[in-house]
Design a protein around this ligand. Structure first.
Ligand code: SF4
Length: 158
């Protein structure tokens, strides 16, 4: 079951997009200095397909939906990403893992990887260990999707 804690329209998380950020709970990560420790807990409301459509109906005008965290139900999360894409929106994921399963490139237009490590800093500093990729369009199961590293877009804003 996918559960979420909050939703917010944001402008920074995905460059050049108006993004509806959905905080996913049950994060399995253990980042030291975690910015949102409550997201590790089994809290929040179930994010069913019906609930997601209801939320999207109320947020007309966004161009992208970013799942902030993977939670503990990857299959359910991918099904939700498919709903986002079918509505003509970009789907994005902020993962705390170093790598995500390759299948993610079939469901997400943007993929952020890397845990938060305090000594390297957040995404908006050039020393960060985290990376945001824009995934090139191609058929889902052919073997080549281009992963373009656009992390530098966060640094230009400073
Ligand atoms: S991935 Fe994000 S929410 Fe999860 S432990 Fe790391 S910083 Fe916290």
């Amino acid at each position: 079951m996918v559960k979420y804690y909050s939703t917010n329209v944001v402008f920074e998380e995905i460059p050049d997009e108006v993004t509806l950020a959905i905080e996913i709970t049950n994060c399995p990560g253990h980042c030291e200095g975690c910015h949102s420790p409550w997201l590790r807990e089994d809290i929040g409301e179930e994010l069913t397909p019906e609930k997601l459509n209801e939320i999207l109906d109320k947020n007309d005008g966004v161009t992208c939906v970013c799942f902030m965290g993977e939670g503990n139900d990857i299959r359910g999360l991918l099904e939700l990403a498919k709903i986002v894409r079918n509505r003509g929106l970009y789907a994005a994921i902020y993962s705390g893992r170093e790598e995500v399963p390759k299948i993610f490139e079939c469901y997400f237009n943007y993929i952020k990887v890397g845990p938060y490590i305090a000594e390297f800093g957040p995404l908006n500093v050039p020393t960060t260990n985290q990376r945001l990729y824009k995934i090139g369009e191609s058929g889902c199961y052919d073997d080549y999707h281009e992963w373009v590293d656009i992390t530098y877009k966060f640094w230009k804003r400073q």
